[in-house]
Design a protein around this ligand. Structure first.
Ligand SMILES: [Zn+2]
Length: 385
């Protein structure tokens, strides 16, 4: 049996150990030690990574009481090596996990809800509670959790005797069989858990609820603690700072700044639409009436969809055949809208598309699509009908 050093000291990140077995596994070699500070995945907390001697350890898991380290190379049994756990990663996870216990204990105490799901991922933890929480209640549990952090309470872990266990009321009662390990934060929480934790609540630093949404009749909270919360704060300040510089407004007023810009944008859109309509009207007025077809070319993105339709309709009123409006360029290709007051364009669309190297369709009164041809070719094609 491997001695589990992470239970004796959750901040032991360097240790001396002897290799007891090493066999080929799925992702390299499975290495066993006489003692280890590497925590195998459990209780919602992912496995540690790090080095054992020169071997990089990418995963650790427990199988039938054995702790197997996934190593990138073979190490002969009997070798004595120094193990080095990725300390910062573990510390961040312990801050999050201990913070989760505090938050779950507080929520249970205040509202009687159970933690029914826990996941620790790269984007923070998710904690599922069995009941719904409103804004005020969320604020209350967050404040109380941070009070428990400031109180710097000891976090005690131990294996109680079965007699003692029967007298205790703790969370996660059903999940575990056999020897139950308890994690206690006096006055806040008592919970069965197999993961390493920080020694005192003060080390959690901060408990922050990032978001909360209704989930299966209860609530799913996304939460971060400690160094992860500091990193998140930095990222948010950075992005708020960038927005503030772009808008030239102080950070605390960026929401009003964005609102102002959106308002200006809406006005500009309205203004542009009015100009486009006027331009379409003048372009149509410039063309003489015709018994046959008419066409117009609009460079690039000069007119939007609405104005292009207005132009097509105005030209269709002036001709006996169809009116074709093309928007774009020879290089990028042309969008087309074709309208008619007299012809069935749907029936003609196959022939029209063939003549202009286009794709598209629509109604008897109007068809639209894209054409891959030059302006000269398109003029010739329109004239040929
Ligand atoms: Zn736990």
């Amino acid at each position: 049996m491997t001695e589990r050093l992470y239970y004796e000291d959750s901040k032991l990140f360097f240790f001396l150990a002897r290799v007891t077995a090493c066999e080929a596994g799925k992702n390299g070699f499975l290495l066993e030690l006489d003692r280890t500070a590497f925590f195998p995945e459990g209780g919602g907390q992912p496995a540690d990574t790090g080095f054992i001697g020169e071997a990089r350890i990418s995963d650790v898991h427990e199988r039938e009481g054995r702790i197997l380290h996934t190593a990138d190379r073979y190490v002969a049994p009997g070798t004595e090596l120094i193990g080095a756990v990725d300390a910062e990663q573990r510390l961040r996870r312990m801050q999050n996990h201990s913070g989760e216990h505090i938050l779950s204990g507080v929520t249970h105490r205040l509202f009687g809800y159970d933690n029914v799901g826990f996941h620790m991922g790269a984007e923070g933890m998710t904690i599922d509670f069995s009941g719904e929480l409103d804004e005020a209640q969320l604020r209350q549990i967050e404040s109380m959790a941070n009070e428990a952090v400031r109180a710097d309470l000891p976090i005690r872990t131990w294996y109680p005797s079965s007699e003692e266990l029967e007298t205790l009321d703790y969370r996660s009662k059903k999940e575990l069989a056999g020897a139950v390990r308890l994690v206690e934060i006096k006055g806040i929480d008592l919970c069965a858990c197999c993961a390493p934790h920080v020694g005192r609540t003060g080390e959690v630093g901060m408990v922050k609820i990032l978001s909360a949404e209704r989930h299966r009749g209860g609530m799913r909270l996304t939460v971060i603690c400690g160094l992860d919360a500091l990193d998140d704060y930095r990222r948010r300040l950075e992005s708020a700072g960038a927005v503030s510089r772009l808008l030239s407004v102080p950070q605390e007023k960026i929401a009003a700044g964005v609102e102002r810009v959106l308002g200006e944008q809406a006005k500009l859109k309205e203004h542009a639409a009015a100009l486009e309509t006027e331009l379409a009207r003048r372009m149509a007025a410039e063309q003489a009436e015709s018994g046959g077809n008419l066409c117009a070319f609009v460079p690039g993105e000069m007119l939007g969809e609405v104005a292009l339709r207005e132009l097509t309709n105005a030209l269709a009123d002036k001709c006996g055949g169809f009116a074709a409006v093309f928007a774009g360029s020879d290089e990028a290709g042309w969008r087309y809208i074709i309208g008619s007051r007299h012809l069935d364009l749907r029936a003609m669309s196959r022939a029209i598309n063939a003549a202009i190297h286009g794709r598209g369709g629509g109604s008897p009164e109007m068809i639209q699509g894209r054409a891959q041809a030059t302006e000269a070719e398109l003029r010739a094609a329109v004239a040929s009908f």
